[in-house]
Structure formats: structure tokens, C-alpha cells
Design a protein around this ligand. Structure first.
Ligand code: HEC
Length: 94
């Protein structure tokens, strides 16, 4: 059986270059304590479809992961489980 996705590793590999180590912000906005507290459906939509909590499109360079894959996944689209694991990792920061 597959083990649950490692949200911390996924975040470090795919998001921290812009959003900063532990999601504290970098060239891209802080996620810990902000988007980490969004409803999971809203967070999934932001990551996968590039639409924020107000329904506004997220601007580049934020990737739209529905049409790309996480670095280690070789073309496989991120699953909601992976996105949820990243959000839970961010929720534990602060
Ligand atoms: C190449 C840089 C880059 C990478 C990599 C990146 N992002 Fe972003 N992200 C951005 C930028 C820039 C914005 C702000 C876009 C805007 O304001 O329109 C953003 C916005 C967001 C937002 C909305 C934040 C808010 O408060 O509105 C979320 C959620 C988010 N990113 C999650 C992620 C996750 C999760 C990953 C990794 C799977 C990731 N991002 C990878 C650049 C990046």
C-alpha cells in the first residue's frame, strides 16, 4: 500500500524556492498562517487551477499544477492528497 504523501518533502521540492522555507514567504507570498488556513477545496483550487480564495487568477510565476507535475513525479499530475498533505504541513508551521 502507498504511504501517505510527505507534505514537507513535496513542499521543499516544489514550492519553497518561491514561497520560502517553511512557507514563510520569499519572492512569493507567505503561505503559513494564511493560505494554510483556507478550506482544503480552496487551497486545492489555488494550487491546481491557479485561482485564489477570492476567485481571482494567480499570476505567474505561480505554476498551475493541473497542467504540470511535481518535480519528482515525471509528468504525473499532483493529486488532491498530495496538495492536502502540503497544506497540512504548512498548517503546522507558524
Ligand atoms: C516559481 C515560483 C512559485 C512556485 C514554485 C510556487 N509558487 Fe505559489 N505563488 C507564486 C506567486 C508569485 C504567487 C502570487 C501570485 C499572485 O499574487 O497572483 C503564488 C501564490 C500562491 C498561493 C496563493 C496565496 C495567496 O495568499 O493568495 C498559493 C496557495 C500557492 N501559491 C501555493 C503554492 C504551492 C503549494 C506550491 C508548490 C506545490 C507553489 N505555490 C509553488 C509563485 C510560486
Amino acid at each position: 500500500m502507498a504511504s501517505p504523501p510527505d507534505g514537507e518533502a513535496l513542499f521543499q521540492e516544489n514550492c519553497s524556492a518561491c514561497h520560502g522555507p517553511r512557507g514563510m514567504g520569499g519572492s512569493a507570498p507567505k503561505l503559513a498562517g494564511d493560505a494554510s488556513e483556507w478550506k482544503s477545496k480552496v487551497f486545492e483550487r489555488a494550487v491546481l487551477s491557479g485561482v485564489d480564495d477570492h476567485g481571482k487568477p494567480l499570476k505567474a510565476p505561480m505554476p498551475h499544477w493541473k497542467s504540470t507535475s511535481f518535480n519528482a513525479d515525471n509528468g504525473v499530475r499532483p493529486s488532491k492528497l498530495e496538495v492536502d498533505a502540503i497544506q497540512q504541513y504548512l498548517h503546522r508551521q507558524k
